[in-house]
Design a protein around this ligand. Structure first.
Ligand code: NAD
Ligand code: GLY
Length: 360
């Protein structure tokens, strides 16, 4: 097992990465101060891992309850968030109750937001079971739900007390979901570590086969990159925005298609192709670097052809983005492989990018 620390002063927390971690009660010892524990999960993950996790948590001598939500991005909304509050209030949860998010990014984001707002804030743990959640969403404290007009528009920053990433849970993940997680792994290489991108390219087959050693490295390096960025800029005043490479275009694809049609990671993968094209048009990366990144994304079985919504619709959708300031959309641009910056860009180059990628 490897353990990293997200360094945030008195809100610092460990990320444990290894195999069979959900069976190890000592990793959950931060729950010792809790009065009760609620596993929040969904109808797909519960039958796979909730009994094992319950057994582990019961060894801490606390009452353990389970809240099982419907599965899907389309349920990441107010109505289903309310189900968590209903259960907590019905069963006498208090300020020392802790929530344990068992699932992918949807469960992690919703559980984190419930923890941020229940009784003005209680503690929670992330037990991510998708690759995307292990390499990205469980770390950094962004929590929230979708609004019909925009992705992740309602939420809060609320850091977990620990992240426990059990690599063995990835073995039951459908291939399409694994590829979606690989999009965020590629993103970390593209924005922060060119060497890591080389490693990803060289290990495409092992990653697609969910080889445990390859996964361990992908999760570890991604968490190192993400935790360094989050420690430097927790609330996204600057450098954290670069973690959104591919997301301005990607969120537009997700919202435009209807949540759940494209997986978040698929939209981000395709969004990175569009972001790389824009970076090239701005004279930053070369044509061959753009083509190489597109090839790496495509090799992970991710779509690289955006839906043809047309320029007007893309611009409308991209306007509803948390990076937009004073009506100005801001984009994450690759300066070179392994280095990114955030900036406003003339509409002409964005429109050219939409045409060049077949989005318009
Ligand atoms: P997800 O949570 O919908 O999980 C994908 C699917 O895999 C679901 O059907 C789920 O039930 C299933 N699943 C989960 N674990 C499994 C397992 N071990 N075996 C079999 N099936 C399993 O999707 P995701 O890709 O994990 O997360 C996407 C969400 O994360 C989006 O809502 C996105 O906005 C959010 N996100 C948040 C952050 C952040 O910083 N908070 C970062 C990136 C993405
Ligand atoms: N996924 C982007 C962030 O956490 O900032």
């Amino acid at each position: 097992m490897k353990t990293l620390e997200v360094d945030l002063g008195n809100r610092s927390y460990p990320i444990h990465i290894g195999t069979d971690l959900i069976d190890q009660p000592e990793l959950f010892r931060t729950c010792e101060k809790a009065t009760s524990l609620y596993i929040v999960t969904n109808t797909t993950v519960a039958p796979l891992y909730a009994d094992r996790l319950t057994k582990t948590l019961e060894k801490l001598g606390k009452p353990v309850r389970r809240i099982v939500l419907p599965d899907g991005e389309v349920y990441k909304d107010w109505k289903n968030l309310q189900l968590i509050f209903d259960d907590l209030l019905k069963h006498g949860a208090d300020r020392q109750t802790m929530l344990i998010a068992l699932g992918g990014g949807v469960i992690g984001d919703m559980t984190g937001f419930a923890a941020a707002s229940f009784m003005r804030g209680i503690r929670f743990i992330q037990v991510p079971t998708t690759l995307l959640a292990q390499v990205d969403s469980s770390v950094g404290g962004k929590t929230g739900i979708n609004h019909p007009l925009g992705k992740n528009m309602i939420g809060a920053f609320h850091q977990p007390a620990a992240v426990i990433a059990d690599l063995n849970t990835l073995k039951t993940l459908p291939a399409r979901e694994l590829s979606a997680g690989l999009a965020e792994v590629i993103k970390h290489g593209a924005i922060a570590d060119a060497e890591f991108l080389n490693w990803i390219e060289a290990n495409t087959s092992a990653l697609l086969a969910c080889d445990t050693n390859a996964m361990a490295h992908a999760v570890l390096r991604s968490c190192e990159i993400k935790s360094a960025v989050v420690s430097a800029d927790e609330r996204e005043g600057g450098i954290r925005a670069t973690l959104n490479f591919g997301h301005t275009f990607g969120h537009a694809i997700e919202a435009g298609m209807g949540y759940g049609e494209w997986l978040h990671g698929e939209a981000v993968g395709c969004g990175m192709v569009m972001g790389a094209e824009l970076s090239h048009r701005l004279g930053q990366i070369s044509k061959s670097e753009f083509e190489r990144l597109s090839k790496i994304i495509h090799a992970m079985n991710l779509p690289i052809q955006p839906p043809k919504f047309g320029a007007k619709r893309y611009m409308e959708l991209m306007q509803v983005d948390k990076k937009t300031e004073g009506g100005q959309i801001r984009y994450v641009i690759l300066e070179k492989m392994g280095k990114a910056q955030i900036k406003s860009v003339p509409d002409t180059q964005v429109l050219e990018t939409l045409v060049a990628t077949g989005a318009s």
